[in-house]
Design a protein around this ligand. Structure first.
Ligand code: ADP
Ligand code: MG
Length: 703
């Protein structure tokens, strides 16, 4: 991990002088556009075009090389052909340049020689202590008053503002800047990071963490280069300022396609999704949602909770808004009786005073004013969505002013939705100028509110330390690292010993070969028992009817054992039998881990038993899990109510499964060769009684 990821970034973003190497006079060339942008942006320091063949570029005297520039250069923007980049970077190093923005493409992204070139660029910059953005990028922007740096070839000059943006894609970077400008969103800093030979999204998050001009951070990510570093930084920074991400592309998580239950239950994009959520990054689907959310977070307070009031002048949109809010986990519930009473007095009889409050089509500014007063005064309301379908006879601008007046400083988020065209534009402008986000459709307002609520929850969440776990590492090591261990599955007996060494209890059991031995073992264990057939290639025993539960006496055990041997021995020559004490619990869950090539361990918690693959009710999280994560994973299951008390059955001791999952985490941290481990089922008893694992599997992968 990098020691100080923000070191030297001022050389890039707050340079005192800039050289453009590969500056060009040719119209339409990037080399010309970069010089033009620096001038257009009003960069506060000198700009030095470098071009061996031109005396002047865009009225600015040019130099033959960076070495020929008589004054110091902080930042060099490279727009030279790919095979010249290394030589120029060397020269910059010698000149004492602090930062490079390498716009030139033709590196890692083309493979082969490109990869070699990129590695050499990394070495040169390291040797000279230069920070590098790119290669293969669009440049950087810092709108800060004393700097005014636009070292990019973007056609759009962003308005100065409070958001900072990172784009991994150069081409999209341009579009993002253009769309942000159109959405009226001002930009503090922008960086298109390209191949990220040095500066990564994580570095920039850290750089912006304490920058007072940056209030919201936007990311466009294609891949997360070093997920562990990203998680570490993003987790911290997102506590201070919101981070919103559009993440495109699927995780190329090979491990997810793995054969185990855990793997097949987890979707391909789950790792990225859960990783972002776990570090407080708000993932949105598209740029429109991103800009809307950014604006809302800049101008509006966060909702303290999910209770939303909807005020509308049209029934249909009111219902749409209510459905959308409810569908996203918010509540449109009755207002206080006192509020309804006041509304009843000030509204016409045809109006609905129940939330969603419908002022009906004849509502003018006075009626909005009268209705919003009591709604704002209702302390159970935690956010307000005001809908206005602009009718011909109503003064839309006056309605907008009424909304602004009545909700000003109310301490709760207010989002508006203006539909219809009659003078709607002016109403929208009035609302926007007052910092009220305006949407076209109620669903979009709901989506934004949901994300705001997620941020509230993130800020409320206090991470919890993992308790000290007593484990017997030596016992596990002896098995996992026994002489001659090759990649592949452990036997179920070995798996049990390893898991038991880490404090995950299994019922007592014996492994035998004949029906007679099975009966003797059952007598030792006590009744009832479970009989299972085991073999190296028998991974899903139930599919072969190889598990018999509830065997109550010797005859049953003998018959079952004889049947298993007769049916399965021909196919599985290494067949043996396990006689296991029957667990007393009443609910089955699964816990496990699959190691993802990019994101490291992915932990799973779900409803267990043989039906799990049909139900697919599993929560996945990337590590490291804190003490609270496992509980939240179980709480978020669709089937979570099945683990609570119902129909006379007591609640299951979910805490026991949470403890077991944290023990699995400890195990896979201690033994990185474990590629996959799953306990299914972990049978939960009620609190105070013993919960146990009855079936486990584990796969190691030797480096
Ligand atoms: P597999 O997953 O390979 O089919 P399991 O060992 O998980 O085999 O057993 C299948 C099912 O049998 C479990 O989901 C559970 O319902 C039941 N079962 C297995 N062992 C026990 C046990 N010791 N006590 C109670 N039920 C058991
Ligand atoms: Mg099983």
């Amino acid at each position: 991990m990098k020691q100080d990821r923000t070191k030297g970034l001022d050389g890039l973003f707050r340079p005192r002088s800039v050289a453009v190497i590969g500056a060009s006079r040719r119209a339409g060339s990037i080399g010309r556009q970069v010089v033009a942008n620096l001038i257009r942006g009003g960069f506060t320091g000198p700009v030095y075009p470098v071009n061996p063949k031109a005396e002047v570029v865009l009225s600015v005297p040019a130099y033959r090389s960076v070495a020929a520039i008589p004054s110091p250069v902080d930042l060099a923007v490279l727009v030279v052909p790919p095979d010249a980049v290394l030589k120029v970077a060397q020269e910059c190093g010698k000149k004492g340049v602090k930062g490079l923005v390498v716009i030139t493409a033709g590196f890692r992204e083309i493979g082969g020689e490109g990869i070699v070139r990129e590695e050499k660029l990394a070495a040169i910059s390291k040797r000279h202590g230069m920070r590098v953005i790119g290669p293969n990028c669009m440049g950087i922007v810092n709108a800060e008053a004393g700097v005014a740096l636009d070292a990019s070839f973007s056609a759009t000059l962003p308005q100065p503002g409070a958001v900072a943006m990172v784009s991994q894609s150069g081409a999209l970077g341009e579009a993002i800047l253009a769309d942000a400008a159109q959405a009226g969103l001002g930009v503090a800093m922008f960086a298109s990071v390209g191949n990220r030979v040095d500066v990564t999204a994580a570095d920039l998050l850290a750089y912006w963490e304490n920058d007072p001009q940056v209030r919201v951070i936007l990311l466009y990510l294609e891949t997360v280069g070093e997920p562990l570093e990203f998680v570490e930084v993003a987790r911290r920074v997102s506590r201070k300022k919101p981070i919103i991400a559009v993440k495109s592309g699927r995780s190329d998580a090979g491990a997810l396609a793995a054969s185990s239950h855990t793997g097949s239950v987890a979707g391909a994009d789950v790792a990225a999704d859960t990783m972002l959520a776990q570090c407080g990054v708000l993932r949105v689907d598209n740029f429109r949602d991103m800009f809307a959310l950014a604006q809302a977070l800049l101008d509006q307070p966060l909702p303290k909770g999910p209770r939303m009031a909807v005020v509308t002048n049209a029934g249909g949109p009111g219902i749409l808004a209510t459905d959308a809010l409810a569908g996203l986990g918010m509540e449109v519930v009755p207002l206080l009786p006192a509020t309804e009473r006041v509304l009843r007095k000030v509204l016409p009889v045809e109006a609905s005073v129940r939330n969603p409050v419908d002022l009906i089509a004849s509502a003018d500014a006075a009626r909005y004013r009268a209705a919003l007063g009591p709604v704002v005064a209702d302390e159970t309301v935690q956010g307000i969505v005001v809908l206005f379908v602009s009718p011909v006879m109503i003064d839309a601008a006056a309605v907008a002013l009424a909304i602004v007046d009545q909700t000003r400083g109310c301490g709760r988020p207010v989002l508006a939705c203006v539909m219809g065209r009659q003078r709607g534009d002016e109403a929208q402008r009035i609302l926007r100028d007052a910092g009220i986000p305006v949407f076209r459709y109620p669903e979009d307002a709901a989506t934004t509110l949901r994300q705001m609520l997620r941020r509230t929850r993130w800020l409320e969440r206090r991470p919890q330390r993992v308790p000290n776990l007593r484990v017997d590492r030596d016992v596990a090591r002896k098995i996992l690292r026994k002489k001659g261990r090759v990649s592949g599955w452990l036997s179920s007996a070995e798996t049990e010993v390893v898991l038991a060494a880490y404090g995950i209890a299994f019922p007592a059991s014996r492994r035998v070969h004949t029906p007679g031995e099975a009966v003797a073992a059952a007598h030792e264990l006590g009744w009832p028992v479970v009989l299972k057939a085991e073999a190296a290639s028998l991974l899903h025993k139930s599919e072969h009817r190889a598990v018999r539960v509830g065997l109550k006496h010797g005859d049953e055990v003998f018959a079952a054992a004889a049947d298993l041997i007769e049916r399965l021995k021909p196919a599985f020559t290494d067949l043996r039998l396990q006689v296991q004490a029957q667990a007393q619990g009443h609910r089955e869950v699964l816990i496990g881990m699959t190691r993802d090539v990019r994101y490291g361990p992915l932990f799973a918690a779900g409803l267990g038993g043989v039906q799990v693959e049909v139900m697919r009710d599993v929560s996945i999280r990337v590590g490291p899990l804190d003490g609270k994560d496992p509980h939240e994973m179980f709480e978020r299951l669709k089937g979570a109510p099945l683990l609570a008390a119902f129909r006379g059955a007591p609640a299951a001791d979910v805490a026991a499964a949470c403890d077991a999952l944290l023990r699995i985490q400890q195990l896979v941290v201690d033994f990185p060769e474990i590629a996959e481990v799953e306990v299914n089922p972990f049978i939960l008893a009620e609190k105070g009684k013993r919960s146990v694992a009855v079936d486990g599997r584990m796969r190691v992968e030797q480096a």
